[in-house]
Design a protein around this ligand. Structure first.
Ligand SMILES: [Zn+2]
Length: 315
């Protein structure tokens, strides 16, 4: 299906608003948006939230008034390009969390991360398959699976790449009420994507991971997403020198991320956005955002896997 920008722009209205967190000056515009939550092939219309949107102030450079994640900003995905001889590649798409007792974070709309990641992973997998160049598997379509089970499944299947989808939580959480009677966490900084990988292991493996991470960051930025700067990551992730939005796992050894270090094919985690940032989280409920991310990952996989085999991408 063609990408249809502007399809879901909503009407403007003044809102009942019950926000007990912080409120910066300059916020004046109320926008009602309707979001579509895609569940498998069934698109369910959900009027998810009404947000009081705030203009940009000089202390908030991360959220430009007209750039991502502003509601008026339109992403501009492009179709992936495959070089001759690319063939058919296998991509294991991990929907982050959803293991026993592991639901992940809670978003500004009180959505469990595991529900977001499953929706995003299903969308990504179907977009990859629609290119005719990828076979894709989603890690926990059939129920909970442990991380070792996922890594084993990807290996046994012969996956060429492992892409794990997550959302992040950044910034000091206040609380707000997106719907009557509901109180959810919220933060107003730290937007953008982050791509994580592990630099432990053989040089070839590390090179393959870094290559995939860089291409993912390049393609997401080219579609209009912004790279997270990493200021809230502290010591746990180190920014890669060669590309904005790419980070290397620096957790203490016993806390390092299993799916990044134990996979035998190039693996990355994509932290799509800050789930606590209401404006950005709302954009990630939109079908066009999932489409833009999925197209970007398809392009990144096309480039990274081609480059790994010395195929020249005809861009
Ligand atoms: Zn996560």
């Amino acid at each position: 299906m063609a990408f249809e920008p502007g399809r879901k722009r909503g009407a403007r209205a003044r809102l009942p608003w019950n926000f007990s967190g912080y409120r910066r000056p300059g916020y004046h515009d109320a926008v009602t948006r309707r979001a579509w939550l895609g569940v498998g092939s069934i698109a369910t219309a959900v009027a998810i939230a009404m947000l009081l949107l705030r203009g940009t102030t000089s202390d908030a450079p991360a959220v430009a008034a007209t750039g991502w994640p502003s509601p008026s900003f339109q992403l501009h995905p492009k179709a992936p390009v495959f070089p001759d001889g690319f063939g058919m590649r296998r991509v294991y798409v991990d929907a982050g969390h959803g293991a026993e007792g592991n639901t992940g974070n809670l978003s500004a709309f009180c959505e469990d991360e595991q529900d977001f990641t499953l929706r995003a992973a299903i969308r990504l997998a179907s977009r990859l398959e629609s290119t005719g160049r990828f076979e894709a598997r989603v890690s926990r379509k059939d129920g909970a699976a442990s991380y070792p089970e996922r890594v084993r499944a990807a290996q046994e299947w012969g996956a060429d790449a492992f892409v794990s989808v997550h959302s992040d939580v950044r910034g000091n959480a206040g609380v707000w009420s997106p719907r009557k009677g509901q109180t959810c966490p919220m933060a107003d900084s730290g937007v953008g994507f982050a791509v994580l990988y592990s630099d432990e292991g053989s040089p070839e493996l590390v090179e393959g991971r870094g290559r995939l991470a860089r291409h993912v960051a390049v393609e997401l930025a080219s579609a209009g997403f912004v790279a997270y700067g990493g200021s809230e990551y502290g010591q746990v992730y180190a920014a890669a020198q060669d590309r904005d939005g790419v980070f290397v796992d620096r957790h203490a050894m016993d806390k390092r991320i299993f799916v990044l270090r134990r996979t035998s094919m190039p693996a990355v985690i994509l932290e799509t956005h800050n789930a606590l940032h209401a404006v950005e989280a709302l954009r990630w409920t939109e079908d066009e955002t999932l489409e833009a991310m999925s197209a970007a990952i398809a392009s990144a996989l096309a480039s990274a896997l081609a480059e790994a085999r010395g195929l020249s991408a005809q861009r």
